[in-house]
Design a binder for this molecule. Structure first.
Ligand SMILES: [Zn+2]
Length: 224
């Protein structure tokens, strides 16, 4: 039974269902022995309904989620700047391509749950966002690789392409979103391939600060 059925209910099999945001206690009693029971503290989080902008930058990290229904598709300005950057790189003998970009809430739900099934949640949370928390859902994040390799790997940082991106992407409005040795702040492992479009002026300021975006904006990134 539930201490507050306006918040959560429980069926005869012990399955718990959220009704509205709040906290309550659910008690499940053994059908064979009423002296055996479990008391479970249940927290139902409020559904995210609004976008969070800080200093004009749309935030999607472990603290700030996007609404489930937010589905902007590819950001046209970001995608156009990516092409400008690729063309500029090519004139210097740097061969970049995009491996992935926009992902819907549902796409992320499927991907994340596959990783959890494979590696467990703690490990998955280091490299994959929970649905609603992925920057790819903003349409402003892109995963890059070289034209001669398919896939995303940490060694990208040591390729001519990876080095070029780290040194130049801010000139086109991008930042390396999950820099090396910032996992305790961004909440994600080093991803030299993941760039986020925030515009040239802001990207240049972040690049010159040497800070990751969370430090630069003085915000957290952790699941509550
Ligand atoms: Zn990515």
């Amino acid at each position: 039974m539930s201490s507050d059925t306006n918040i959560a209910t429980v069926d005869r099999y012990g399955n718990i269902y959220g009704v509205a945001a709040g906290e309550c206690t659910v008690t499940v009693t053994s059908t064979s022995n009423s002296a055996v029971y479990a008391e479970v503290k249940v927290k139902v989080k409020a559904e995210v309904t609004e976008l969070t902008y800080i200093d004009g930058i749309l935030i999607a990290n472990k603290t700030y989620a996007l609404p489930k229904t937010y589905a902007p598709g590819w950001n046209t300005e970001g995608a156009a700047q990516l092409n400008v950057m690729f063309a500029a790189a090519q004139t210097e003998g740097i061969y970049l391509k995009m491996q992935s970009g926009y992902r819907s809430y549902t796409d992320q739900y499927i991907i994340y749950n596959d990783y959890v099934a494979r590696d467990g949640q703690a490990a998955a949370d280091r490299y994959s966002a929970r649905p609603g928390h992925s920057e790819h859902q903003t349409g402003l994040a892109f995963d890059l690789t070289t034209t001669y390799y398919n896939g995303l790997w940490e060694g990208f940082a040591d390729t001519p392409e990876g080095k070029w991106v780290a040194e130049n992407c801010h000139k086109y409005g991008f930042i390396i979103r999950y820099p090396k040795e910032k996992e305790h702040i961004t909440g994600y492992m080093y991803e030299p391939w993941h760039v986020r479009y925030i515009g040239v002026e802001k990207a240049t300021a972040v690049y010159e600060s040497g800070l990751c975006l969370e430090e630069y904006l003085n915000i957290t990134s952790s699941y509550s």
